[in-house]
Ligand binder design. Structure first.
Ligand code: DX5
Ligand code: ZN
Length: 221
């Protein structure tokens, strides 16, 4: 599978979002972090802003919900134009029902686990999801240190996907940079979220290419 880079606009300038979206036009998608002050100790944006982002960018919009009760709120993001909606194992009550509802709306369903959550419970419902997100930091903030101890989980998931002949993507989010990209790709991740490493760089487009090249050289399919 191809390596895909998903810059997180959490590290962009929220007063200049359209300008900052233009800076990442060579990315494969744009990663939008929705936080609610409850599931995580931070608060970002909601449906009206996501709707405008979907309208102004040509990139697929990857909405990462770090909110409670995604069963209630996720479909609204699909309706507003998200390409995919990611919801967390620790927040949802009926992941299969929600995944099927999103698919019925023409939106991909992506499923996330936090660092202390095991990936094995997902194995029984793996076919329901297009992508599994393994968090490589505790969700809530950009600029945190990459958790290398999550790589065993990425490996176990990649092995299971390969064993069953599935096409499921593995996404990682948190602390991804040109230095850590080869580590996650070698473990088997193929969609890399990067916030501070992209928007903190003088040339965000060049940083995207650097992360993509570093990952591609190490990727284990
Ligand atoms: C954190 C968010 C991430 C964040 C990553 O909870 O889900 O998407 O923007 O930021 P960096 O790449 O700076 O770790
Ligand atoms: Zn995220």
């Amino acid at each position: 599978m191809e390596i895909q880079i998903a810059p997180s606009i959490l590290s962009a300038d929220f007063c200049n979002l359209e300008r900052d979206l233009e800076k990442i036009s060579n990315a494969d998608m744009v990663h939008v972090d929705v936080m609610d002050h409850h599931f995580v100790p931070n608060l970002t944006i909601g449906e009206p802003v996501v709707k405008r982002i979907c309208e102004v960018t040509d990139l697929p919009v990857d909405v990462h919900l770090m909110i409670e009760d995604p069963d209630r709120w996720a479909p609204g993001y699909a309706e507003r134009g998200a390409h995919s909606v990611t919801f967390h194992m620790g927040a949802t009550h009926a992941p299969v029902r929600l995944a099927r509802q999103l698919h019925d709306m023409g939106c991909e369903a992506w499923f996330a686990v936090r660092p202390a959550e095991p990936v094995e419970p997902i194995f029984d419902i793996l076919e329901e999801f297009d992508t599994i997100l393994i968090m490589t930091v505790e969700p809530g903030f950009g600029g945190q240190k990459f958790l290398a101890n999550q790589m065993a989980k990425v490996r176990r998931l990649r092995d299971e996907i390969t064993r069953r002949g599935l096409k499921t993507n593995i996404q990682v989010d948190g602390g991804v940079s040109p230095t850590t990209a080869p580590i996650v790709a070698e473990a088997g991740a193929n969609i890399l979220v990067a916030g501070s490493a992209v928007y903190g760089a003088d040339d965000p487009a060049a940083a995207i290419n650097q992360i993509r090249d570093a990952a591609a050289a190490a990727y284990r399919d």
